[in-house]
Design a protein around this ligand. Sequence first.
Ligand SMILES: [Zn+2]
Ligand SMILES: [Zn+2]
Length: 140
Amino acid sequence: MRTGGCLCGACKYEIDGDPVAVAHCHCIDCQKLTGAGHATGAMFAEDRIRLSGPSTSYSMPAESGNKVTRVFCSTCGSPLFGRNSGMPGYMTVSLGTLDSSDDLTPQVVLFARSRRPWDIMDEALPTYATQPDWKPSRAD
Ligand SMILES: [Zn+2]
Ligand SMILES: [Zn+2]
């Protein structure tokens, strides 16, 4: 079981099992979300994640037309999860909010077209200008 939480400690979560994908995303929305050059997230089946604590969410349309919902700690604002209506049943967990993520390796770079020149990435990773035509599938 994996555990994680926000900056102030009010929100805690537990996750069973392994992610179906781990990705860096350089889209403009992720830059705004994180205040950094990219977001790094691990996608899990939503029913594997249990959150406790005061969270709040914000939804907006993505460029694809899908609705994207971001879940934050309502006390400290740490971005915890993201949800995309195009991938029902899955949530992306902000990798930095996991208590331990050293065993996870990003597999792909998304939205490289909006990567900032100062945000240097591993060139060995498969890189997409936007995102590949991909749907998660459960390993279990
Ligand atoms: Zn917090
Ligand atoms: Zn993004």
